[in-house]
Design a protein around this ligand. Structure first.
Ligand code: SAM
Length: 403
């Protein structure tokens, strides 16, 4: 992995977390980060952005902490939906002697981190001078964030966003126009572009259309009511893989279940419908996913909330790192197969490896996936084999036990 970020006259060593699992061709920053840094530095030094004291800055969706490290000297507020982005920032601040302090899984200095869920109710002490946004992949997340920032910005706030040219679509620009005001873009440079928006005070504070709510039939034919915050996987309807899992899921009363990569928590909530005594640990790297899962336990089985845990983690590492690991008997997993825009199976591999390490002896891992993903090959390597529990033309559910 290329880790030396050299720009203007400053140098940082930057990794993508977790460093050991990264492909050598990957790096922690992209041309949109470079464009943002160059533009903001030039605008500050040439007086195009004017602030009386050190600028009050908010940074959204910094993928691996490059923006947080670069602007650490202005002590920005840093908002992300991703636990992996948060851990990358933490590692990168440390590696570059920016000595982060932490409290309750948040960085308190020199950057102050907020999760995407904290930001929904956050109101800063004073207006923000500069808002920096890396355009996220999910349009709904951008929409939620633009609605959120309406509370902090004035026509004097400098709102600048950046992304790869292909991500700056008409719909993206339409959201800036709708929620902020007049919007312009820069010319493309190294395949990225900047977006500038000026707050129009005539726009009243919009009501968020999220969470999106819909219903699904669980295994017991009980109707499950599911809330989905803006950045949740398959926000608008039940995923086809999840649907097949629901049709074939079995759990028993004394199971300790992990819903791994829980999204809105549909699999874990369905497990509670089948076995109301079971304990369920919902795990995801997206804070909006975990919060949706929590809402969905409350929507469907409010009296079971104390049997449930909601854990931000990269795969299962947060549970594996505990001095007292939970005695997990069943892991349900519909693995992600995309990261950024690339199809990848390295997260599935780590999820399966972690599952083998966490499960008690004879504990089960149940995985659903598209047939072409060939998860059975991985499961054979790690567990010695896997059984087809159900399948249709596109999907297969595989079950395996720890020996
Ligand atoms: N379980 C839900 C369902 O069946 O509808 C969601 C499944 S979705 C295919 C995969 C989930 O894995 C997403 O919610 C995503 O945020 C999560 N995820 C992606 N990378 C992860 C990682 N490294 N660690 C934990 N969760 C991850």
């Amino acid at each position: 992995m290329n880790t030396e970020f050299l720009f203007a006259d400053r140098q940082f060593t930057l990794i993508r977390y977790p460093e050991k699992h990264q492909h050598v061709s990957l790096q922690a920053w992209d041309s949109a980060d470079e464009l943002l840094i160059e533009h903001i530095e030039t605008s500050l030094s040439e007086g195009a952005i004017t602030t009386s004291t050190a600028p009050k800055m908010m940074i959204f969706n910094d993928d691996f902490g490059v923006l947080g490290c670069w602007f650490a000297h202005v002590e920005p507020l840093w908002v992300s939906d991703s636990y992996i982005a948060y851990r990358s920032l933490l590692e990168n601040l440390t590696a570059n002697q920016l000595t982060p302090t932490t409290k309750d899984n948040a960085i308190t200095a020199p950057v102050q981190t907020l999760t995407s869920v904290d930001s929904l109710s956050f109101t800063p002490a004073s207006d923000v001078d500069i808002v920096v946004i890396k355009i996220p992949r999910t349009l709904a997340l951008l929409e939620q964030q633009l609605i959120d920032i309406q509370r902090y910005i004035t026509p004097d706030t400098y709102v600048v966003a950046a992304g790869k040219v292909k991500t700056i679509t008409k719909s993206v620009l339409g959201l800036f126009e709708k929620y902020i005001g007049k919007t312009t873009t820069s010319l493309a440079k190294k395949k990225s572009r900047l977006v500038f928006a000026t707050r129009d005070n005539a726009k009243t504070h919009a009501k968020s259309p999220y969470p999106t709510r819909w219903q699904a039939k669980g295994t017991t034919s009980q109707t499950l009511t599911l809330d989905n915050l803006a950045n949740v996987f398959s926000r608008q309807s039940l995923d086809i893989g999840a649907r097949i899992m629901l049709e074939h899921m079995t759990v028993s009363a004394n199971d300790v279940i992990v819903d791994l990569g829980c999204g809105n928590g549909v699999l874990g909530v369905n497990a509670l419908a089948l076995a109301p005594e079971a304990k369920v640990i919902f795990v995801d790297e997206s804070y909006m996913a975990l919060e949706s899962a929590r809402l969905n336990v409350l929507n469907n089985f409010p009296d079971k909330i104390d049997q449930c845990e909601f854990v931000a983690s990269n795969c299962l590492e947060a549970l594996l790192e505990r001095s007292q690991r939970p005695a997990v008997t069943k892991i349900l997993c519909n693995p992600p197969f995309h990261q950024q825009n690339a199809i990848t199976d390295h997260i599935a591999w780590q999820m399966f490896t972690d599952s083998r390490d966490l499960l008690v002896k004879s504990g089960h891992l149940v995985v659903v996936g598209n047939r072409h993903l060939d998860y059975h090959i991985k499961l054979k390597k790690l567990f010695g084999g896997a059984k087809v529990l159900a399948s249709d033309k596109k999907f297969v559910i595989l079950g395996t036990a720890k020996r």
